[in-house]
Write a protein that binds this ligand. Structure first.
Ligand code: AMP
Ligand code: MG
Length: 881
């Protein structure tokens, strides 16, 4: 009984698991111009099958150890299939034939077709299953074909020396060479120990910028794209390899690792790289599966210079080559990574550099040329194959390449985009090998202008905010709305509603009380209310008194409230009567005056100074690490934000907006001022109180036009809709956390077709939202909803791990005149996160968010996670604030 080699075992196992399929087919097509002696060709191919046992081997089904059975030459039943073809249909015919599914249990793993186009034009397709062949086998295969055909044309059998060994001999040798793995001194034992250590803690999966989520079971469908690097670049890269004492392959490997790191795949990049595996000269003339795959792992961490990276690659590879005998398949068994039908184990990208002898065919009286075959399968996510072109004198004449990609994961355009980036990396490092990884320029995406989002239809004609509008105060703008239509509904809560005039008089009363007790102008007043309309009157009252409010959410932990109270140094607290006990427990009653709004009567406006630079509020960010940080925003920043919100989404007096968010978060700023500065109405609903089941009735009763919430609330709320569509809603704005394509599905199911989904992104420091994505419908890919485009007067920069501007992927930084001054009482942290804007006028600033983001090829931005969490993006560490 002849066992299988380790490599064969894996294919045999896959064959049993998936059934016969074309994934591991190796096709080779030759165009033959001239007189083809078709009978001689048939005999010559028969000669190949008798010469190479591997080509007449079958792998019977068995529940025991798998084995190979070599059929006697006369029983191998090889036939050359003949078919008529037209030039127009040839490509399809070739692809179809190359998709033949070998039934390895009973069929030999080799077939051939002769397509006749006309008497002088034929295409010969040779198809091997990988279990019997590999890339290095092509040279002996076509060389033997040349010899046999020449002989058969003269009516003779080929006069070649019989092969000294056969593939079956190799399978036995392989086991002998490796010895007993359990013996640490055996080759197998030593190499296994090496690889275990070299691949310790390898990431399970390389996070590539895919267009779709990975299906649970790979379909192995694929496509390929060809590319070229010119002779000059070829020479440059070769010189770079020589300078570094490495090989051209190492340069290509380092460039590919650079590419993936730059696209956000992290800094630990494993690539699968085939090597010939023909460690004995006697094997060179055989057709068979000798190839072994090394997992070459590149560490790109620390933003090194490319030439430094090349040295890392060189060291890793040299020691990997010394341990190249251990079969990859054996390694997988031993390392036993989490098994998945969705991805290739240990690596998902391969790099093949073909520096083996090009197969050359010479058939008497016939001119031959290789005929391209379209590939429709992909064994891994991405597979890069490159080979050198030489001119007649042997000089470097360019590098040709082909990338095969999984159609499950990628669109063709995305792979083309990655190739453009790869070329850019190669061109830069050939000219400037000392460039740091993140400083290599990458082509920019298409300009955001061409990718601009669709604008939603307004409910009524809306009025654009102008540049002048943002130079007033919030109260001036609000009061203009009161004068415009005092009877319009400003707020509804539970069963009551207030007109603009009602709200204004309540706010005036509070302003008067504050001015009397504290004096008009500058000062901070804390607010402690439940979710409702009263607190909005109090906010406006504080603003009207020329002061700054600090909202305290009673549902926040007492510790946090106590901290905020002390940190913000407010001069008073306005507290609804039901919450006075809480107010004392956080220390308010003792230290500062407390106002009960129910004892204050509505009044006319008192005179207090307020302008666009007056601080509006202090909001505390949740502070995932350490203490909450107080962010101070001025009226101008809030007005600018509401201006962009209004102008981008066409808010008008006809809109009815939700208020779900706690006023302790800046999401509420969008709703409160989005409504009140546009003469629209704000509809307050406490979901924690009302529950999600009532939401459908509520939406309908209030004829909500703009829904704004976190995705989490949206998901729970949409469940309450029971698939009855919310007919009045024209906009769903989600923000504060990641939205997913599933949210878009929910929207489609529960809202009218003309309702737009908007993904709003922004930290409190940048005043609510700096990015709007208003066209999820057309731009969503299967992976995530992008965070879109920066609003007007805002520039988005991406920073590398050293804080320098970089392209395509990095830490998201916001350059704008409308970001916060900084953090209250935190000069050190402020200096760290609010830095000089390298793109702007002197004195202008930029806020570093600590979020990671990536531009898409079509010019929209994706949010990829927090840099300090390191969950999604390994190795891109930014110290948490
Ligand atoms: P906050 O300052 O509390 O508003 O939190 C801002 C942070 O929430 C951002 O820095 C992001 O990490 C996250 N975030 C806000 N909006 C989004 C969004 N649309 N998608 C993903 N993350 C978001
Ligand atoms: Mg926010």
């Amino acid at each position: 009984m002849i066992p299988l080699s380790f490599a064969q075992q894996r294919l045999w196992f896959l064959h049993r698991l998936d059934g016969a399929n074309a994934t591991y087919n190796l096709p080779l097509a030759l165009r033959l111009t001239g007189n083809v002696d078709d009978a001689a060709l048939q005999l010559a191919l028969g000669d190949l099958v008798s010469r190479h046992e591997s080509l007449r081997t079958i792998f019977p089904d068995t529940d025991d150890e798998p084995q190979q059975i070599i059929l006697p030459a006369e029983k191998a039943d090889f036939v050359l299939e003949r078919a008529q073809a037209r030039q127009a249909t040839l490509a399809t015919q070739l692809a179809e034939a190359a998709d033949h599914c070998f039934e390895l249990t009973r069929e030999i793993p080799f077939r051939a077709w002769l397509f006749r186009i006309d008497p002088q034009q034929h295409v010969l397709l040779l198809l091997c299953h990988h279990i019997a062949s590999d890339g290095w086998s092509l040279a002996p295969l076509v060389r033997d074909l040349s010899v046999a055909y020449a002989a058969r044309c003269q009516g003779k059998p080929p006069a070649w020396e019989p092969l000294p060994v056969q593939y079956a001999d190799y399978t036995l040798w392989q086991r002998e060479l490796l010895g007993d793995e359990n013996d640490p001194d055996s080759t197998g034992g030593r190499q296994l120990a090496y690889w275990k250590q070299a691949l310790a803690d390898l990431p399970e999966q390389l996070e590539l910028p895919t267009d779709r989520p990975r299906p649970p079971v790979s379909s192995y469908r694929g496509e390929s794209i060809a590319f070229q690097l010119d002779a000059q670049l070829h020479q440059g890269l070769t010189a770079l390899a020589r300078q570094g004492g490495g090989s051209l392959f190492m340069v290509l490997q380092a460039a590919l690792a650079t590419l993936f790191t730059r696209l956000g795949a992290g800094t630990d990049i494993p690539l699968g790289c085939p090597i010939a595996g023909r460690t004995d000269e006697a094997l060179n003339d055989l057709v068979g599966f000798f190839l072994n795959t090394l997992v070459l792992r590149t560490d790109t961490s620390g933003n090194p210079r490319f030439d430094e990276l090349l040295q890392r690659v060189r060291e890793t590879n040299l020691s990997a080559y010394e341990h190249q005998d251990l079969p990859f398949e054996r390694l997988v068994e031993v390392l036993n990574p989490v098994r998945s039908m969705a991805r290739h184990p240990l690596f998902q990208v391969t790099l093949v550099f073909q520096n083996n002898a090009r197969a050359s065919v010479e058939l008497p009286g016939i001119e031959t040329a290789f005929e391209p075959i379209a590939i429709h399968s992909a064994k891994v996510d991405l597979s890069f194959t490159l080979w050198e072109e030489r001119n007649k004198q042997g000089g470097l004449n360019g590098i040709s390449g082909r990338v095969e990609f999984s159609a499950d994961l990628f669109d063709r355009s995305t792979v083309t985009w990655m190739l453009e980036h790869l070329k850019s990396v190669l061109r830069t490092v050939a000219a400037h090998p000392g460039t740091r990884l993140f400083q290599i320029p990458l082509p920019s995406p298409v300009s955001p202008a061409t990718a601009a989002p669709a604008r939603p239809r307004p409910t009524q004609p809306y009025t654009e905010f102008t540049r002048d509008d943002i130079e007033q105060s919030l109260t001036a703008r609000f009061e203009a709305q009161v004068r415009r239509d005092p009877t319009a509904v400003a707020i509804t809560h539970q069963d009551s509603s207030w007109s603009y005039a009602d709200l204004d008089r309540k706010a005036n009363g509070i302003a008067n009380a504050l001015c009397q007790r504290l004096g008009a102008g500058a000062g901070r007043v804390m607010l402690l209310f439940g979710h409702g309309a009263e607190m909005i009157a109090a906010m406006l009252g504080v603003l009207k008194a020329g002061k700054t409010y600090v909202p305290l959410d009673p549902l926040h932990p007492v510790e946090r409230l106590r901290f905020m109270l002390a940190d913000s140094e407010g001069e008073a607290l306005i507290c609804e009567s039901a919450l006075t006990a809480l107010a004392s427990s956080i220390g308010a009653q003792r230290d500062i005056p407390v106002f009960d709004p129910s004892t204050i009567s509505p009044a006319e406006r008192c005179a207090a100074q307020r302008d666009s630079r007056t601080p509006t509020y202090i909001l505390y960010t949740s502070g995932t690490t350490g203490q909450p940080k107080g962010v101070v925003q001025i009226d101008r920043n809030v007005l600018h934000f509401i201006a962009t919100y209004t102008n981008a989404l066409h808010l008008s007096a006809g809109d009815r907006l939700t208020l779900f968010s706690s006023y302790g978060f800046d999401a509420s700023v969008m709703d409160i001022y989005g409504a009140l500065l546009n003469g629209a109405s704000l509809h307050v609903l406490d979901l924690r109180e009302a529950g999600f089941t009532r939401i459908r009735e509520w939406l309908h009763r209030h004829q909500i036009t703009v829904w704004h919430s976190t995705p989490t609330v949206f998901r729970l709320g949409a469940m309450g809709l029971h698939a009855q569509k919310a007919s009045s809603t024209r906009l769903v704005v989600l923000g504060g956390e990641e939205s997913t394509p599933a949210d878009l599905d929910l929207l489609r199911k529960n809202f009218e077709p003309n309702c737009l989904l908007v993904n709003g992104y922004g930290p409190t420091e940048s005043t609510v939202t700096v990015q709007f994505f208003a066209d999820a419908q057309t731009n969503s890919n299967g992976m995530r909803l992008p965070i879109g485009h920066p609003v007007e007067s805002t520039h988005i920069a991406l920073l590398d791990p050293d804080g320098q501007p970089t392209d395509v992927f990095g830490e998201l930084a916001i350059c704008s005149d409308f970001i916060a001054r900084g953090y209250l009482n935190r000069p050190g942290l402020t200096a760290e996160r609010f830095v000089a804007n390298p793109f702007g006028a002197p004195g202008s600033r930029m806020y570093r968010t600590g979020d990671l983001a990536r531009w898409r090829p079509d010019g929209v931005l994706d949010f990829l996670g927090r840099a300090d969490q390191q969950v999604k993006i390994r190795g891109f560490r930014i110290e948490p604030g």
